[in-house]
Ligand binder design. Sequence first.
Ligand code: NAP
Length: 331
Amino acid sequence: MEYRKLGHSDLNVSVVTFGAWAAGGWMWGGTEPEEAVKAIQAGFDLGVTSIDTAPAYGQGLSEEIVGKAIKGIPRDKVQILTKFGLSWSGTKGQLFFHSKTNEGKPIDIYRYSGKDGIIKECEDSLRRLGTDYIDLYQIHWADPTTSVQETMEAVAQLIKEGKVRYAGVCNYDVALMQEAAKYIDLISDQVSYSMVKRDIEQELVPYLIKNNQSVLAYSPLQRGLLAGKIKPGHQFSDGDTRADLPYYSDKNIQLTNAFLEKIKPLVDDKKATLSQLVIRWTVEQPGITIALVGARNAAQAIENAKAAQITLSADEIGFINSELDKLKLEL
Ligand SMILES: NC(=O)c1ccc[n+]([C@@H]2O[C@H](COP(=O)([O-])OP(=O)(O)OC[C@H]3O[C@@H](n4cnc5c(N)ncnc54)[C@H](OP(=O)(O)O)[C@@H]3O)[C@@H](O)[C@H]2O)c1
């Protein structure tokens, strides 16, 4: 495994970090908690020491699964990245979207990052994770009803109290990063980034590089699409929201798979898999510090962890990028 420091901090994290959204099942058509625990542990055995989760993932279930998986591992050997600011109980903040729990119960998701919410959420996360501190605490989505100042001062208080080591954010643009910088030292921004979703390269990445802050790339496999296994007409299970994403239209699946065919010889050459090459490419891009990669089971987690062993030369990256330039998805 390869490890990198987040931004200007001394928080050392694995370049392949386990993403525990699907582990919680919510919006992924359910989960097998035992499989999810084994996946995290299999990754850890190969050096995936960092895990990204959130209270919203399975409404607490993902954090509980992470807590179970890391029980017995010395606390300073794992890095826990979690979040706050998406609430499924109560109506404070701004309604984000309607959803359903894994059991099919309707819930409303609110963006809420008021001080009271954050302090309570942190206690709940610590309990579910079975720990007394969080390595990186991140706002999940900006809450337009609360000032950035109030939110960041609450996180700063948690750092002072020793419950949180470092502050990060998710889904922040440059303007929000600049506003937050007035109140707290942020080390990272967690954003959506993959071979087929590169919009952050224009403005956000140059800003973060300049400010010595890290990008944590989420959904680097475009939620499984770039593993090359999805064929047109694919039937997702009930509650798997991928079914509604434009990336998963038959046309876009076809176009993506045609691109993956083009890079397959390089994959074979390296005795790697498509997923591994895609993950390695991701963490080779300027400003991208780590990739958060989800896995349903131990086999996927092991495959993904081994992406860290692959090397890509500048010429090989150039070849992949030239093929990507020709790929025009209909989004
Ligand atoms: N902050 C945010 O707003 C935000 C948003 C999204 C994600 N994230 C974070 O980023 C993490 C990763 O993103 P993600 O889970 O959305 O997407 P991802 O990592 O691109 O894709 C993960 C999914 O791809 C499939 N997969 C993984 N490895 C595979 C392999 N080797 N072979 C075949 N299929 C494989 C699995 O689903 P199937 O087997 O079911 O296909 C898995 O659940 C999340 O878990 C979460 O921690 C954060």
